[in-house]
Design a protein around this ligand. Structure first.
Ligand SMILES: Nc1nc2c(c(=O)[nH]1)N(C=O)[C@@H](CNc1ccc(C(=O)N[C@@H](CCC(=O)O)C(=O)O)cc1)CN2
Ligand SMILES: Nc1ncnc2c1ncn2[C@@H]1O[C@H](COP(=O)(O)OP(=O)(O)OP(=O)(O)O)[C@@H](O)[C@H]1O
Length: 195
């Protein structure tokens, strides 16, 4: 049963990630983000969708400031729990517009929802728990990002960011899993092999 295998891997890696020291999260995140912002695919992107990190995920808050400085449009996920749906929404003022979501990460409050067209997003920075050398991913198990990508597959660049310990040789995949184009760690950039 694939779901069971996924759950086992998810638990194993989360157990490591949840026990990281703050200093480790900070140091590694900086390396990963620095790799990302130096890539042409990032430099050439004007509309950037970024998750807002929590629970020792690769920290994206410095990336947010970086994008602001470069006058890029920052789009963040707003989740509709009942439908397991992500609404991409334009963030203008990080200080003013964000509140803590049901799950615990930050998201825009309803009054600041500014939905954008998925097709207009150039690059999506994707969170995740486990990734593999083919750029497949396992998240928290909601299927949010797979649903989100299901109708825009090749129209946006999908980039996972993760610590090296989150990379395994192969994660089990199901028909609805959408592979990413790149996975970036502090050690390397993994590219999806096409075909
Ligand atoms: N920062 C961030 N934002 C994100 C995601 C994410 O993974 N990280 N998502 C990616 O899809 C979506 C939200 N999905 C989520 C689904 C479940 C849980 C969660 O914490 N679930 C369990 C704990 C899971 C576990 O420890 O096994 C919980 O409710 O406690 C979090 C986010 C959209 N936004
Ligand atoms: N495109 C889709 N349409 C309908 N249901 C889907 C789709 N993609 C995934 N799902 C459902 O979502 C559930 C969770 O999928 P999966 O375990 O791959 O989530 P995940 O990638 O770990 O989570 P997330 O994307 O939220 O981080 C699956 O049981 C699946 O039935």
């Amino acid at each position: 049963m694939i779901t069971v295998q996924k759950e086992k891997l998810r638990k194993e890696i989360l157990n490591i990630r949840n026990n990281m020291k703050k200093s480790e999260v900070e140091g590694l995140s900086e390396k990963i983000i620095s790799r990302l912002v130096n890539m042409d695919i990032f430099k050439e992107s004007k509309n950037v969708m970024i998750y807002l990190s929590f629970k020792n995920e690769v920290d994206t808050y410095k990336l947010l400031s970086h994008c602001k400085r470069l006058k890029k449009n920052v789009i963040v996920p707003f989740t509709v729990k009942e439908k397991k749906e992500i609404i991409p929404t334009l963030l203008k003022d990080q200080e003013k517009e964000l509140v803590k979501s049901y799950y615990g990460y930050m998201e825009p409050s309803k009054e600041y929802l500014r939905p954008v067209n998925k097709e207009d997003i150039d690059i999506v920075i994707v969170p995740g728990v486990v990734f593999d050398e083919r750029c497949c991913r396992i998240g928290f198990g909601g299927g949010y990002y797979d649903r989100f990508f299901s109708d825009v597959k090749d129209k946006v660049i999908k980039v996972g960011i993760a610590y090296e310990f989150q990379i395994v040789e192969r994660v089990p995949v199901e028909e609805f899993d959408v592979p990413l184009d790149y996975v970036i760690t502090e050690k390397r950039i993994i590219r999806k092999v096409s075909g």
